[in-house]
Design a protein around this ligand. Structure first.
Ligand code: ZN
Length: 249
């Protein structure tokens, strides 16, 4: 299609292309968005289950939700949109991915420069001694919750809970990419969560071309977006990379 051709041309021309992703790219991978429908926040009140003080107060209660989320993520496979981004990096047409997702699927799909703005659920961290270990099926089976091998404290997925800071390294790297990229491709994110939602505004203010792929318009669409594609990223991204002469499988 002609519109995909034009985006493919822009991506090829510009030298520094970065993707900025959110929950929408993982829906086709089997991970429902947190809010609405099958979302976790419809079942678990985030202020009771995703707030850092709540975790410290009652790790056993919060682990009921973490276990369920871990099960969903462990079963998930990269979507066609994840694979398209992997193919773009392999072809030298994508410099990095800034993601708000915690599922680790960009790495599974072959992206090596992934900035995890909100952490990664597939790692466990001990807040006491900073030991990190993989989150596995076994971790979901430990009752009442997994503890640190070294110091015995409760382990927590290495994700940013409400009330916690964005990891400074991730924030610096994300802002750097946003400030220097020539094209920012927004994929599956509604721009509701700050400070992540600043990223497209930073990119635009530094002169980047902003491409947006979302099911419906967002606060970005009328403010910073140059080219808006309405629909599923799993349909649109493979079509765009097809115009680049790439296949995602
Ligand atoms: Zn420890």
């Amino acid at each position: 299609m002609e519109i995909y051709e034009e985006i493919a041309r822009i991506i090829k021309q510009k030298k520094h292309v970065v993707a900025f992703t959110g929950a929408g790219i993982s829906v086709d991978a089997g991970i429902p968005a947190f809010r609405g429908g099958q979302g976790l926040w419809e079942k678990y009140d985030p202020m009771e289950y995703a707030e850092i003080d709540a975790f410290h107060r009652d790790p056993e209660k919060v682990w009921a939700m973490l276990r369920e989320m871990g099960d969903v993520i462990l079963r998930a496979e990269p979507s066609p949109a994840h694979r398209a981004l992997g193919a773009m990096e392999a072809a030298g047409l994508l410099d990095g991915v800034i993601t708000q997702n915690v599922d680790g699927l960009h790495q599974v799909a072959g992206n090596s420069n992934v900035i995890e703005y909100h952490g990664n659920h597939m790692r466990l961290v001990c807040e006491n001694c900073s030991a990190r270990s993989p989150f596995t099926i076994e971790s979901t089976k430990v009752l009442p919750f997994p503890r640190c091998d070294r110091c015995g404290q409760p382990l927590k997925p290495d994700v940013v809970f409400f009330g916690e800071q964005i990891p400074p390294g991730a924030m610096i790297a994300a802002n750097h990419h946003a400030s220097t990229c020539a094209v920012l491709i927004i994929i599956g994110t509604s721009g509701a969560v700050y400070p992540a939602a600043d990223i497209p505004f930073i990119a635009k203010s530094k002169g980047a071309t902003v491409v947006e792929i979302n099911v419906s318009p967002t606060p970005f669409t009328s403010s910073v977006t140059d080219h808006f594609f309405s629909g599923s990223a799993s349909a649109i991204l493979p079509a765009i990379i097809g115009e680049l002469g790439l296949k995602s499988e």
